[in-house]
Design a protein around this ligand. Structure first.
Ligand code: COA
Ligand code: HC5
Length: 628
């Protein structure tokens, strides 16, 4: 039976941690050793938030608009601001984390657009060394062995606590990545989770091949993991049983969530379908063994691979060989092209990248010598009966929709190899803030105006923490961008403007990760109003609020040990999505845009970022401070 986990599940697990730690039964492992002592997410002071808010909207508004917003903000500070602040503070006292449930709903479960491209990011692994089906299946088997060895660390709670500097981070997301799944619902989705400590935990993965889905056990009868050789035999069995391309039922998961929910309800009316859906939800993850790979021009291979990871390339390629509701889908393609796609409700990027680094380490090691597990069951093909004509129509519509979505995505990967984090570090500048300023300059060069920019800030220093927004566009970034493009401004002055902008950004980051950001606070003030049957405050209906939340650049830094390319879609139709993996001597960028907006072109933005990185280095090297 499906256990539909309500949004407060995370709350419940957190309570378990406290209970179990005192009982001495569960959550005793290293992974959760500091969980209880992590601080609770604070509610920032109201005055601090509104002051910061005003500073961040100023570069986006005319003087007249700013004067109007200033009045709205001042009114809000009198009423209803203090009332809402009080209600929010009370909530923060009651809850382990006042934001996490709200965030899960607002950012994910309430969101109705397809998760494909709009929510779920893709990751491309470094190219692997195989070129035929046999090699592909051998690599898949090894990848699963690496995954199993990581899962053992989660199950036994032996994973080390992740740190940011000296600060320990909340490990709850790690606990959920190999057992979570999103379920479509009309108006709102739900999320299920089958954690390792509860009865009947997941023991199988789903293998997708030729659009068919197979349930494949990873453990023998005594709970012993299958060794790599056994996994390989099982995979060959799957491939033998799915020689022909099947009905693209997986495409339903790429649809608008309300539409998918209607199809899902129809599917559930059939008993065999119900069992198959339950197997999918309850699995550890999905492993997509892809058959198709489009030809790529020389130098285009990584961008092609990134598209396979983000959307699968359309109905004729691999988009149907996916189950996009599942938290993790590893994708093993032809000719060494592999990576993953993940549904974001469960976790942020760093736990995912931690698994990737572990698996790639594992795959580069010698063969698995462990003994075979006993009593291995053959993989079982999941049956889907498409009995209702409406379902057939919905699948046909899903084919059309994914194909037009794929046509709309403009995605390219770019490796900047002239320098990496080493250069800004040598200039005593934060590499992340430096890169954010490169994006600001790149945008300003193309559009002659600043734009609202989102950068992810981790809130995992707090119990059950997720993210806040770093508003990278600032008064200082605007001054810097204008100065850089003005030939009348000296190199010395340009370098000063750059340093000032980078420092301003770094200060914002430092505050955001300490729970003193403004976006989640403002969201909380709005949601607490709604929860108490009050009106949405005027501040939240002001154009300054919507303009500063319309992120023409949506960014995230996700560092990885390997040369992984990370990609996600823009969050607005006229925006860019920029994910970057800064390494010591190079920076890997994944840049996306939508073709439906003629003004945004990923290669144009990439070229402009490259120009910014060159100009910024030249300016710093040409300035006096650099020569001292
Ligand atoms: N001089 C010299 N070196 C500096 C420096 C300075 N002024 N400022 C920073 N550095 C160094 C740091 O010590 C660090 O060194 P390391 O490479 O040895 O670790 C390195 O530069 C990187 O620091 P910085 O570039 O400032 O970034 P950060 O690691 O502090 O990260 C954020 C900043 C915002 C990305 C991070 O705080 C965060 O919140 N990350 C979460 C993102 C996330 O969750 N993404 C996924 C979303 S799904
Ligand atoms: C594999 C890396 C994926 C990164 C995904 C990411 O950064 O998601 C952001 C999550 C958040 O809460 O900030 C959202 N964003 C894609 C819109 C930046």
């Amino acid at each position: 039976m499906l256990r539909l986990v309500r949004a407060n599940w995370i709350q419940r697990v957190s309570c378990n941690i406290q209970k179990m730690q005192t009982d001495g039964k569960l959550f005793v492992g290293r992974m959760f050793s500091v969980q209880d002592s992590l601080p609770k997410l604070p509610v920032p002071p109201l005055e601090q938030t509104v002051q910061k808010y005003l500073r961040t909207v100023q570069p986006l508004l005319s003087d007249e608009e700013y004067a109007n917003t200033l009045k709205i903000v001042k009114d809000f500070e009198k009423d209803p601001g203090p009332k809402l602040q009080n209600l929010l503070e009370k909530r923060a006292q009651r809850e382990t984390n006042w934001l996490s449930d709200w965030w899960m709903n607002t950012a994910y479960l309430d969101f109705r657009q397809p998760v494909t491209v709009n929510v779920s990011p893709g990751v491309v692994f470094p190219k692997q060394n195989y070129s035929d089906k046999e090699g592909q299946l051998r690599f898949t088997a090894k990848l699963i062995s690496g995954l199993l060895s990581y899962k053992t660390m989660i199950d036994q709670q032996t994973l080390p606590v992740e740190k940011m500097g000296k600060q320990s981070l909340c490990m709850m997301q790690y606990y959920k990545i190999l057992c979570g799944c999103r379920i479509p619902g009309r108006k709102k989705d739900t999320w299920v989770c089958y954690p390792p400590d509860e009865a009947n935990p997941p023991r199988h993965v789903i293998i997708a091949h030729n659009n068919a889905f197979f349930s494949m056990d990873l453990y023998g009868s005594n709970n012993q993991p299958l060794n790599t050789e056994q996994l390989h035999v099982q995979l060959k069995h799957v491939v033998r049983q799915s020689k022909e391309v099947e009905t693209p039922i997986g495409l339903l998961t790429t649809e608008n969530r309300n539409k998918w929910a209607k199809s899902y309800e129809l599917l559930l009316k059939d008993k065999e379908n119900k069992v198959s859906l339950s197997e999918l939800h309850r699995s550890i993850c999905v492993i997509c063994v892809d058959n198709q790979l489009p030809d790529s021009a020389a130098g285009e291979e990584e961008s092609t691979a990134a598209r396979m990871m983000l959307h699968g390339g359309g109905s004729q390629l691999n988009s149907a060989n996916r189950w996009c509701d599942k938290t993790l889908q590893f994708i093993v393609g032809k000719n060494g092209v592999c990576g993953l796609n993940y549904e974001h409700t469960t976790a942020e990027g760093p736990p995912i990248i931690s698994i990737v680094d572990h698996i790639l380490d594992y795959c580069s090691k010698s063969e698995d010598k462990s003994a075979p597990a006993p009593d291995v069951k053959a993989p079982r093909k999941l049956k889907f009966n498409i009995t209702f004509p409406e379902l057939k129509n919905n699948i046909e519509e899903a084919v059309e929709n994914i194909d037009s979505m794929v046509k709309d995505v403009d995605l390219n990967v770019f490796k900047f190899t002239e320098y990496g984090k080493n250069f800004p570090k040598s200039q005593k500048l934060s590499p992340d803030s430096y890169l954010q300023m490169a994006f600001q300059l790149a945008y300003f060069r193309l559009y002659s105006k600043p734009c609202a920019t989102y950068e992810t800030a981790s809130l995992r220093q707090f119990q059950l923490g997720r993210t806040d927004t770093i508003r990278s566009c600032s008064i200082e970034s605007f001054e810097f961008s204008k100065g850089m493009l003005d030939p009348a401004v000296s190199t010395q002055k340009k370098a000063e403007l750059l340093r000032k902008a980078v420092t301003g950004h770094k200060n914002y980051v430092a505050e955001a990760i300490k729970g003193q950001g403004i976006d989640r606070h403002l969201l909380g003030l709005k949601l607490v109003a709604l929860q108490n049957n009050m009106k949405v405050p005027t501040l939240h209906m002001d154009m300054a609020y919507s303009l500063s939340s319309h992120h023409n650049i949506s960014t995230s830094q996700v560092p990885a040990k390997y040369e992984a390319c990370l990609v996600f879609g823009p969050t607005v139709p006229d925006g860019y999505g920029v994910c970057y993996n800064p390494q010591e001597k190079q920076i890997i960028f994944g840049v996306s845009a939508f073709n439906c907006c003629p003004e945004t072109v990923s290669m144009k933005f990439i070229d402009s970022i490259q120009q910014s990185l060159r100009d910024m280095k030249a300016v710093l090297e040409g300035s006096i401070q650099s020569k001292l």
